[in-house]
Design a protein around this ligand. Sequence first.
Ligand SMILES: *Cc1c(COP(=O)(O)O)cnc(C)c1O
Length: 386
Amino acid sequence: MKGNFPIEKFSNVETPFYYYDTQLLRETLATVNQEAGKYEKYHVHYAIKANANKKVLSIIRESGLGVDCVSGGEIRATLEAGFPAGKIVFAGVGKSDWEINLGLDQDIFCFNVESIPELEIINELAAAKNKVAPVAFRINPNVGAHTHANITTGLKENKFGISMEDMDRVIDIALEMKNIKFIGLHFHIGSQILDMTDFVALCNRINELQKKLFNRQIIIDHINVGGGLGIDYEHPNRQAIPDFETYFATYHKHLKLRPKQEVHFELGRSITGQCGSLISKVLYVKQGTNKQFAILDAGMTELIRPALYQAYHKIENITSEGPVEAYDVVGPICESSDVFGKTIDLNKVKRGDLIAMRSAGAYGEIMASGYNCRTLPEGYITEDFI
Ligand SMILES: *Cc1c(COP(=O)(O)O)cnc(C)c1O
């Protein structure tokens, strides 16, 4: 089964472009709210790094979610989209002074701090403004997520976070600082996680750390468990809305909370991933030795995930219902890695056919680059074609 696209309307716009199915996005957001809403103290922050398209952001804002930012530019985009600063969490291993100052000026909800030197600078900058910065420590829980090596973040050897051994010392330092308010712990173990046992392992680790804190009579108000819930790239239509019910229920079952503790989630891919597709046009069908190439007008400049992480995106010829043949689907960029897929079954391809790269709503448009002096792709939503 192919995706559902207003193909007749696509002929009026230049390819390549991103198309976002806003009905699916709205249903996904409603499901997130319904499932997280079953538990009193669960708060979801959308990880804006997955997709910061303004039309997409406006729909996410309507749903009432908070936002997880990893840069000052993302804080700006979040505020411009109308989200309240009080629902922004700000992570990142290398926050610049201006980014920290922006967060302080806007009174964001929390800085997720990843090192002692960073904590010292936040304390200094907050003092200069006579403010107290709310801070959570990102602890590296040394829990391995069963996902691609480039997108695991919670192992000891990753650059992210503070080690568990250093946690007590860092908290002691923070408690002494006049312009820091220590409010919680933050974790994020990786991305595209479909095996719930990874999240169970994280819960167990958080429970251990909480016990350690409790023994020191430290009770924190906020536990931020990060994001990472994956989507089905192989079958974008089978379960277009990820299983948020099981996801939140897993945390509810395994994460032990103290009275009044609030839990924060930072979901990116699972919210916008399935609603987006990259639409491109076939420029040439080229016969190679023992194979044929479908050469598209989109390349790694529009969707870098296949080149960057050998990621799989389902590819569909949405123009043709002809007999299926195998193609290597490639872009026009001068890089050998500019390949979307090898020996891909497609309905017979001819010049001018439209090709959809499915499940490209997260880490797609936002990662587009101008390499080869290319123009950044437009992003359209369903409403643009009505
Ligand atoms: C990227 C990121 C997320 C979102 O990850 P997804 O896999 O898209 O859900 C959440 N938190 C932090 C700190 C991140 O860096």
